[in-house]
Design a protein around this ligand. Structure first.
Ligand SMILES: CC(C)(COP(=O)(O)OP(=O)(O)OC[C@H]1O[C@@H](n2cnc3c(N)ncnc32)[C@H](O)[C@@H]1OP(=O)(O)O)[C@@H](O)C(=O)NCCC(=O)NCCS
Length: 196
C-alpha cells in the first residue's frame, strides 16, 4: 500500500530496531538506514519518504510502498521513474524486516512492483542493482527474469564496492507475467505522475 503516515508510524519500530539493513552493507550512499543513532535513523528515513512524496513531477518521481504481511507493515518497496515519459524505464528498491527474510516475500514484493510498472504504468524496461555480495537481492532479480547489465562502482558507508546491474525488458516481463496481482488506484496514480 502507498506509504501513508499511519503505515510509516507502524513500520518505524523495524527501522528503529535496525532490522531494515543487512551485513554486508547492502545500500549505496547516502542512506538514512545506516545512521547509528536510532532517533536520527528514523527521522532521516521519514524525511526521505516525505521528500519523495513532496517532489513528484512528471520528470522524476519516487513511489514509496509499505509491504504488509497479515496486516502488519514489514518493509518497503519503492519504484522510481526518471524521465519516465521519455524512456519508459523504472528502477526498484526494497527492504524487508530481518525477521521475515528468506521466505519468498522479497520475491513477491518485486513481482508486485513490476506488475505496477509494466501492467499499470506501461513501462518498457525495469532496472535494479545490488552489491555483488548481496545474494538475496541478486537472486530475486535473477529469479524475476532480469538479465545482467554490467557492473558499476558505488560507495557504501564510504567504502567502494561493485554493484551488479540488472535489466528486465517489457518482453521479458510479458513472458512471465503474473495474473494473480491486483492493482488499485491506477488512474489516479497516472494522473498524479503526469503520465501521457
Ligand atoms: C533483498 C530482500 C528484500 C529479499 O527478500 P527475501 O524475502 O529475503 O528474499 P526471498 O526469500 O524472496 O529470496 C529470494 C532468493 O534469494 C535467496 N536468498 C535470500 N537470502 C539469501 C542469502 N542470505 N544468501 C543466499 N541466498 C539468499 C533465496 O534463496 C531465494 O532464491 P531462490 O529464488 O533461488 O530460492 C531482503 O533480503 C532484504 O531486505 N535485504 C536487505 C536490504 C537489501 O539488500 N535491499 C536491496 C538493496 S539493493
Amino acid at each position: 500500500m502507498g506509504a501513508t503516515d499511519d503505515l510509516l508510524g507502524e513500520l518505524q519500530h523495524v527501522v528503529r530496531e535496525g532490522k531494515a539493513t543487512a551485513d554486508p552493507a547492502p545500500y549505496d550512499d547516502p542512506m538514512s538506514l545506516y545512521e547509528e543513532d536510532p532517533n536520527v535513523r528514523v527521522r532521516k528515513w521519514l524525511q526521505g519518504v516525505w521528500r519523495g512524496r513532496g517532489s513528484v513531477t512528471p520528470d522524476f518521481w519516487r513511489l514509496h510502498f509499505v509491504v504488509l504481511v497479515e496486516g502488519q507493515p514489514v518493509g518497503m518497496q519503492d519504484l522510481i521513474g526518471d524521465q519516465f515519459n521519455t524512456f519508459g524505464t523504472v528502477v526498484s528498491f526494497s527492504w524487508l524486516s530481518t525477521d521475515l527474510r528468506r521466505q519468498g516475500i522479497g520475491t513477491e514484493m518485486r513481482h508486485a512492483i513490476l506488475h505496477l510498472a509494466f501492467a499499470g504504468l506501461g513501462a518498457v524496461e525495469a532496472a535494479t542493482e545490488a552489491f555483488l555480495d548481496n545474494p538475496a537481492s541478486n537472486a530475486v532479480s535473477r529469479a524475476a527474469g532480469y538479465h545482467e547489465n554490467g557492473v558499476a562502482w558505488a560507495t557504501r558507508r564510504g567504502e567502494p564496492g561493485l554493484m551488479q546491474r540488472w535489466r528486465l525488458t517489457r518482453d521479458d516481463w510479458i513472458g512471465q507475467q503474473r495474473h494473480d496481482i491486483e492493482l488499485l488506484g491506477i488512474t489516479e496514480c497516472k494522473e498524479t505522475l503526469g503520465l501521457s
